[in-house]
Design a protein around this ligand. Structure first.
Ligand code: SAH
Ligand code: AVI
Length: 323
Protein backbone atom coordinates (compact mmCIF):
# COMPACT_ATOMS: atom_id res chain seq x y z
CA UNK A 1 0.00 0.00 0.00
CA UNK A 2 1.34 3.46 -0.88
CA UNK A 3 1.73 5.95 1.95
CA UNK A 4 -0.59 8.35 0.15
CA UNK A 5 -3.42 5.83 0.15
CA UNK A 6 -3.00 5.44 3.91
CA UNK A 7 -3.23 9.21 4.29
CA UNK A 8 -6.29 9.19 2.05
CA UNK A 9 -8.27 6.69 4.13
CA UNK A 10 -10.23 9.27 6.11
CA UNK A 11 -13.13 7.07 7.19
CA UNK A 12 -10.95 4.88 9.39
CA UNK A 13 -9.19 7.75 11.19
CA UNK A 14 -11.36 10.77 11.47
CA UNK A 15 -13.39 12.01 14.43
CA UNK A 16 -17.21 11.74 14.41
CA UNK A 17 -17.35 15.56 13.93
CA UNK A 18 -15.09 15.40 10.88
CA UNK A 19 -17.08 12.47 9.44
CA UNK A 20 -20.33 14.45 9.92
CA UNK A 21 -18.75 17.49 8.21
CA UNK A 22 -17.67 15.28 5.27
CA UNK A 23 -21.14 13.73 4.96
CA UNK A 24 -22.83 17.17 5.13
CA UNK A 25 -20.52 18.58 2.45
CA UNK A 26 -21.14 15.63 0.12
CA UNK A 27 -24.89 16.06 0.62
CA UNK A 28 -24.78 19.86 0.27
CA UNK A 29 -22.66 19.87 -2.90
CA UNK A 30 -24.87 17.16 -4.42
CA UNK A 31 -28.02 19.22 -3.80
CA UNK A 32 -29.50 21.67 -6.26
CA UNK A 33 -28.96 24.51 -5.49
CA UNK A 34 -25.70 23.66 -3.70
CA UNK A 35 -25.69 24.61 -0.02
CA UNK A 36 -23.70 24.27 3.21
CA UNK A 37 -24.60 24.96 6.84
CA UNK A 38 -23.25 28.23 8.28
CA UNK A 39 -22.20 26.34 11.41
CA UNK A 40 -19.14 25.22 9.43
CA UNK A 41 -17.84 28.81 9.18
CA UNK A 42 -16.54 28.57 12.71
CA UNK A 43 -13.15 26.89 12.76
CA UNK A 44 -10.47 28.91 14.60
CA UNK A 45 -9.85 31.23 11.63
CA UNK A 46 -13.60 31.66 11.08
CA UNK A 47 -14.17 32.61 14.73
CA UNK A 48 -11.35 35.19 14.52
CA UNK A 49 -12.81 36.61 11.29
CA UNK A 50 -16.25 36.84 12.92
CA UNK A 51 -14.70 38.93 15.73
CA UNK A 52 -13.27 41.28 13.08
CA UNK A 53 -16.71 41.49 11.39
CA UNK A 54 -18.21 42.64 14.70
CA UNK A 55 -15.91 45.68 14.66
CA UNK A 56 -16.55 46.71 11.04
CA UNK A 57 -18.18 50.11 10.47
CA UNK A 58 -20.84 48.51 8.25
CA UNK A 59 -21.71 45.66 10.65
CA UNK A 60 -24.19 47.51 12.90
CA UNK A 61 -25.73 44.48 14.77
CA UNK A 62 -23.03 43.98 17.42
CA UNK A 63 -22.70 47.58 18.56
CA UNK A 64 -26.46 48.20 18.30
CA UNK A 65 -27.28 45.16 20.44
CA UNK A 66 -24.59 46.10 22.95
CA UNK A 67 -26.28 49.51 23.27
CA UNK A 68 -29.68 47.91 23.93
CA UNK A 69 -28.20 45.47 26.45
CA UNK A 70 -26.34 48.27 28.23
CA UNK A 71 -29.51 50.36 28.48
CA UNK A 72 -31.50 47.45 29.93
CA UNK A 73 -28.99 45.34 31.86
CA UNK A 74 -30.60 46.54 35.10
CA UNK A 75 -34.06 45.46 33.89
CA UNK A 76 -32.67 42.04 32.91
CA UNK A 77 -31.03 41.71 36.35
CA UNK A 78 -34.36 42.52 38.03
CA UNK A 79 -36.14 39.85 35.95
CA UNK A 80 -33.39 37.30 36.64
CA UNK A 81 -33.21 37.79 40.40
CA UNK A 82 -30.27 36.83 42.65
CA UNK A 83 -28.03 33.80 42.09
CA UNK A 84 -29.08 33.23 38.46
CA UNK A 85 -27.27 30.91 36.04
CA UNK A 86 -26.64 32.01 32.45
CA UNK A 87 -26.59 29.58 29.50
CA UNK A 88 -25.35 31.20 26.27
CA UNK A 89 -26.07 29.51 22.93
CA UNK A 90 -23.24 30.28 20.48
CA UNK A 91 -21.08 32.22 22.94
CA UNK A 92 -18.21 33.11 20.56
CA UNK A 93 -15.87 35.49 22.38
CA UNK A 94 -18.26 35.92 25.35
CA UNK A 95 -18.19 39.72 25.12
CA UNK A 96 -21.88 40.57 25.56
CA UNK A 97 -22.36 38.35 28.60
CA UNK A 98 -20.02 40.62 30.56
CA UNK A 99 -22.78 43.26 30.60
CA UNK A 100 -25.15 40.75 32.20
CA UNK A 101 -22.56 39.39 34.65
CA UNK A 102 -21.81 42.97 35.74
CA UNK A 103 -25.50 43.78 36.29
CA UNK A 104 -26.79 40.54 37.87
CA UNK A 105 -26.92 40.11 41.63
CA UNK A 106 -24.43 37.38 42.59
CA UNK A 107 -24.60 35.39 39.31
CA UNK A 108 -23.90 31.75 40.15
CA UNK A 109 -22.86 30.11 36.89
CA UNK A 110 -22.14 30.67 33.21
CA UNK A 111 -22.50 27.85 30.67
CA UNK A 112 -21.25 28.93 27.24
CA UNK A 113 -22.14 26.53 24.42
CA UNK A 114 -20.24 26.75 21.13
CA UNK A 115 -19.20 24.56 18.22
CA UNK A 116 -15.86 26.42 17.98
CA UNK A 117 -14.24 24.73 21.00
CA UNK A 118 -10.71 26.21 21.27
CA UNK A 119 -11.96 29.76 20.57
CA UNK A 120 -14.69 29.41 23.22
CA UNK A 121 -12.31 27.96 25.83
CA UNK A 122 -9.78 30.78 25.32
CA UNK A 123 -12.56 33.36 25.80
CA UNK A 124 -13.85 31.61 28.92
CA UNK A 125 -10.36 31.40 30.45
CA UNK A 126 -10.12 35.20 30.22
CA UNK A 127 -13.67 35.64 31.51
CA UNK A 128 -13.06 33.36 34.51
CA UNK A 129 -10.16 35.60 35.58
CA UNK A 130 -12.48 38.61 35.65
CA UNK A 131 -15.42 36.82 37.36
CA UNK A 132 -13.78 34.40 39.82
CA UNK A 133 -16.97 33.82 41.82
CA UNK A 134 -18.97 32.60 38.80
CA UNK A 135 -18.76 28.84 38.07
CA UNK A 136 -17.91 28.46 34.37
CA UNK A 137 -18.64 25.23 32.53
CA UNK A 138 -18.08 25.50 28.78
CA UNK A 139 -19.85 22.97 26.58
CA UNK A 140 -18.37 22.31 23.13
CA UNK A 141 -21.05 21.10 20.75
CA UNK A 142 -23.81 21.76 18.25
CA UNK A 143 -26.73 23.55 19.91
CA UNK A 144 -29.17 22.21 17.31
CA UNK A 145 -28.67 18.70 18.73
CA UNK A 146 -29.66 17.39 22.15
CA UNK A 147 -26.91 18.52 24.53
CA UNK A 148 -26.28 17.52 28.10
CA UNK A 149 -26.21 20.71 30.18
CA UNK A 150 -24.19 20.68 33.40
CA UNK A 151 -26.17 20.43 36.64
CA UNK A 152 -26.90 24.02 37.68
CA UNK A 153 -28.41 23.15 41.05
CA UNK A 154 -31.65 24.51 42.45
CA UNK A 155 -30.45 28.01 43.42
CA UNK A 156 -31.40 30.96 41.22
CA UNK A 157 -33.22 31.28 37.94
CA UNK A 158 -31.90 29.79 34.72
CA UNK A 159 -31.46 32.43 32.05
CA UNK A 160 -30.81 31.43 28.45
CA UNK A 161 -28.89 34.02 26.43
CA UNK A 162 -29.09 33.91 22.63
CA UNK A 163 -27.74 37.24 21.34
CA UNK A 164 -26.24 38.34 18.03
CA UNK A 165 -29.29 37.43 15.92
CA UNK A 166 -27.84 33.94 15.60
CA UNK A 167 -31.49 32.82 15.62
CA UNK A 168 -31.68 34.44 12.16
CA UNK A 169 -29.22 31.88 10.81
CA UNK A 170 -31.88 29.16 11.19
CA UNK A 171 -34.85 28.73 8.86
CA UNK A 172 -38.09 29.86 10.57
CA UNK A 173 -39.02 26.20 11.22
CA UNK A 174 -35.58 25.50 12.71
CA UNK A 175 -35.83 28.67 14.81
CA UNK A 176 -39.13 27.56 16.30
CA UNK A 177 -37.77 24.06 16.96
CA UNK A 178 -34.72 25.62 18.65
CA UNK A 179 -36.94 27.79 20.87
CA UNK A 180 -38.95 24.71 21.86
CA UNK A 181 -35.82 22.69 22.73
CA UNK A 182 -34.27 25.62 24.61
CA UNK A 183 -37.39 25.92 26.76
CA UNK A 184 -37.31 22.19 27.48
CA UNK A 185 -33.62 22.11 28.34
CA UNK A 186 -33.68 25.30 30.46
CA UNK A 187 -36.71 23.97 32.36
CA UNK A 188 -39.67 25.43 34.24
CA UNK A 189 -39.27 28.98 35.49
CA UNK A 190 -36.51 29.80 32.99
CA UNK A 191 -36.17 32.96 30.92
CA UNK A 192 -34.47 33.60 27.59
CA UNK A 193 -32.78 36.84 26.55
CA UNK A 194 -33.04 36.81 22.76
CA UNK A 195 -31.35 39.31 20.42
CA UNK A 196 -32.60 39.61 16.85
CA UNK A 197 -32.02 41.85 13.86
CA UNK A 198 -34.99 43.78 12.46
CA UNK A 199 -35.93 44.34 8.78
CA UNK A 200 -34.45 47.53 7.35
CA UNK A 201 -33.20 49.27 4.26
CA UNK A 202 -31.63 46.94 1.67
CA UNK A 203 -28.53 49.14 1.27
CA UNK A 204 -27.78 49.04 5.02
CA UNK A 205 -28.24 45.27 5.10
CA UNK A 206 -26.18 44.50 2.00
CA UNK A 207 -23.30 46.74 3.16
CA UNK A 208 -23.28 44.95 6.53
CA UNK A 209 -22.73 41.62 4.75
CA UNK A 210 -20.38 42.87 2.01
CA UNK A 211 -18.02 45.29 3.70
CA UNK A 212 -15.44 47.44 1.96
CA UNK A 213 -12.45 45.80 3.60
CA UNK A 214 -13.54 42.35 2.40
CA UNK A 215 -13.60 40.78 5.86
CA UNK A 216 -17.01 39.19 5.30
CA UNK A 217 -15.77 37.88 1.94
CA UNK A 218 -12.78 36.32 3.72
CA UNK A 219 -15.14 34.81 6.32
CA UNK A 220 -17.26 33.23 3.57
CA UNK A 221 -14.27 32.03 1.51
CA UNK A 222 -12.65 30.54 4.63
CA UNK A 223 -15.21 27.74 4.33
CA UNK A 224 -13.42 26.63 1.15
CA UNK A 225 -10.03 26.78 2.92
CA UNK A 226 -11.48 24.71 5.75
CA UNK A 227 -12.86 22.05 3.37
CA UNK A 228 -9.52 21.87 1.53
CA UNK A 229 -7.63 21.41 4.81
CA UNK A 230 -10.02 19.11 6.69
CA UNK A 231 -11.64 17.13 3.88
CA UNK A 232 -8.98 17.25 1.14
CA UNK A 233 -11.14 19.05 -1.43
CA UNK A 234 -9.32 21.01 -4.16
CA UNK A 235 -11.27 24.29 -4.20
CA UNK A 236 -9.40 27.09 -5.99
CA UNK A 237 -10.23 30.13 -3.85
CA UNK A 238 -9.52 32.55 -6.67
CA UNK A 239 -12.24 30.84 -8.74
CA UNK A 240 -15.04 31.81 -6.31
CA UNK A 241 -16.28 35.12 -5.04
CA UNK A 242 -18.39 36.30 -2.13
CA UNK A 243 -21.96 37.47 -2.78
CA UNK A 244 -24.42 38.89 -0.28
CA UNK A 245 -27.93 39.78 -1.36
CA UNK A 246 -31.11 40.76 0.48
CA UNK A 247 -33.94 38.44 -0.49
CA UNK A 248 -36.85 40.72 0.34
CA UNK A 249 -39.61 38.13 -0.18
CA UNK A 250 -37.98 35.91 2.48
CA UNK A 251 -36.73 38.86 4.57
CA UNK A 252 -33.23 37.39 4.70
CA UNK A 253 -29.70 38.23 3.70
CA UNK A 254 -28.27 35.33 1.71
CA UNK A 255 -24.56 34.70 1.45
CA UNK A 256 -23.27 32.71 -1.49
CA UNK A 257 -19.93 31.60 -2.92
CA UNK A 258 -20.23 32.14 -6.64
CA UNK A 259 -18.20 30.23 -9.19
CA UNK A 260 -16.40 32.57 -11.58
CA UNK A 261 -16.15 29.90 -14.31
CA UNK A 262 -17.10 26.36 -15.30
CA UNK A 263 -15.07 24.14 -12.99
CA UNK A 264 -14.89 20.82 -11.18
CA UNK A 265 -14.07 20.22 -7.52
CA UNK A 266 -13.10 16.81 -6.16
CA UNK A 267 -13.95 15.24 -2.83
CA UNK A 268 -13.11 11.61 -2.07
CA UNK A 269 -12.88 10.86 -5.78
CA UNK A 270 -16.34 12.34 -6.48
CA UNK A 271 -16.43 15.27 -8.92
CA UNK A 272 -18.75 18.22 -8.29
CA UNK A 273 -19.24 20.45 -11.30
CA UNK A 274 -19.99 24.18 -11.22
CA UNK A 275 -21.43 26.22 -14.07
CA UNK A 276 -20.23 29.83 -14.40
CA UNK A 277 -22.23 31.92 -11.90
CA UNK A 278 -23.46 28.86 -9.99
CA UNK A 279 -23.34 29.33 -6.23
CA UNK A 280 -23.00 27.48 -2.96
CA UNK A 281 -25.58 29.02 -0.60
CA UNK A 282 -23.64 29.29 2.65
CA UNK A 283 -25.82 31.35 5.00
CA UNK A 284 -29.22 32.92 5.59
CA UNK A 285 -29.59 35.74 8.06
CA UNK A 286 -33.32 36.31 8.59
CA UNK A 287 -34.53 39.74 9.65
CA UNK A 288 -37.71 39.27 11.67
CA UNK A 289 -40.25 41.94 12.54
CA UNK A 290 -40.85 41.65 16.29
CA UNK A 291 -44.48 40.41 16.09
CA UNK A 292 -43.46 37.53 13.82
CA UNK A 293 -40.64 36.32 16.05
CA UNK A 294 -42.71 36.79 19.20
CA UNK A 295 -45.45 34.66 17.55
CA UNK A 296 -42.90 31.91 16.95
CA UNK A 297 -41.69 32.20 20.56
CA UNK A 298 -45.26 31.91 21.81
CA UNK A 299 -45.81 28.78 19.70
CA UNK A 300 -42.64 27.38 21.30
CA UNK A 301 -43.98 27.87 24.85
CA UNK A 302 -42.56 31.29 25.76
CA UNK A 303 -44.32 34.50 26.78
CA UNK A 304 -42.86 37.94 26.13
CA UNK A 305 -41.80 39.66 29.36
CA UNK A 306 -39.98 42.59 27.72
CA UNK A 307 -39.00 43.87 24.29
CA UNK A 308 -36.54 46.69 23.69
CA UNK A 309 -34.99 48.23 20.59
CA UNK A 310 -32.48 50.97 19.81
CA UNK A 311 -33.71 54.46 18.73
CA UNK A 312 -33.40 53.58 15.00
CA UNK A 313 -35.31 50.30 15.56
CA UNK A 314 -32.59 48.28 13.88
CA UNK A 315 -32.12 45.55 16.49
CA UNK A 316 -34.31 44.11 19.25
CA UNK A 317 -33.72 42.30 22.52
CA UNK A 318 -36.63 40.34 24.00
CA UNK A 319 -36.89 38.69 27.39
CA UNK A 320 -39.06 35.56 27.20
CA UNK A 321 -40.39 33.55 30.13
CA UNK A 322 -41.25 29.85 29.96
CA UNK A 323 -45.03 29.41 30.09
N1 SAH B 1 -22.94 35.29 20.95
C1 SAH B 1 -21.86 35.97 20.25
C2 SAH B 1 -21.36 35.20 19.03
C3 SAH B 1 -22.32 35.09 17.88
S1 SAH B 1 -21.55 34.37 16.45
C4 SAH B 1 -22.31 37.36 19.85
O1 SAH B 1 -23.49 37.63 19.93
O2 SAH B 1 -21.46 38.14 19.42
C5 SAH B 1 -22.34 32.80 16.42
C6 SAH B 1 -21.63 31.82 17.34
O3 SAH B 1 -22.39 30.63 17.35
C7 SAH B 1 -20.23 31.46 16.88
O4 SAH B 1 -19.34 31.54 17.97
C8 SAH B 1 -20.36 30.03 16.38
O5 SAH B 1 -19.18 29.26 16.60
C9 SAH B 1 -21.54 29.52 17.16
N2 SAH B 1 -22.34 28.52 16.44
C10 SAH B 1 -22.83 28.61 15.18
N3 SAH B 1 -23.57 27.52 14.89
C11 SAH B 1 -23.52 26.73 16.01
C12 SAH B 1 -24.11 25.47 16.34
N4 SAH B 1 -24.88 24.81 15.47
N5 SAH B 1 -23.88 24.98 17.58
C13 SAH B 1 -23.11 25.65 18.48
N6 SAH B 1 -22.52 26.84 18.22
C14 SAH B 1 -22.74 27.37 17.00
C1 AVI C 1 -23.64 34.89 13.71
N1 AVI C 1 -24.59 35.54 12.83
C2 AVI C 1 -25.69 36.12 13.59
C3 AVI C 1 -24.01 36.49 11.88
C4 AVI C 1 -25.13 37.17 11.04
O1 AVI C 1 -25.13 38.40 11.01
O2 AVI C 1 -25.97 36.48 10.49
C5 AVI C 1 -23.01 35.81 10.97
C6 AVI C 1 -22.47 36.71 9.90
N2 AVI C 1 -22.42 36.40 8.64
C7 AVI C 1 -21.87 37.38 7.96
N3 AVI C 1 -21.60 38.36 8.80
C8 AVI C 1 -21.97 37.94 10.02
Amino acid sequence: MRASSVLCAPESQESPERAAFRADVIKGLSASPKQLSPKYFYDEAGSRLFDLICRLPEYYPTRTELGVLKAHAGDIAALAGPGASLVEFGSGSSVKVRLLLDALERPAAYVPIDISGPHMRAAVTALARDYPSVAMTPVEGDFTRPLELPDLGEGGRRIGFFPGSTIGNFTPAEAEAFLTHARQSLGAGAALVLGFDLPKDRAVLEAAYDDHQGVTAAFNLNLLTRMNRELGTDFDLSAFHHRAVFNEAESRIEMHLESRAAQTVRLDGVRFTFAPGETIHTENSYKYAAPRLMGMAQAAGWRQAALWTDPRRWFAVAVLEAV
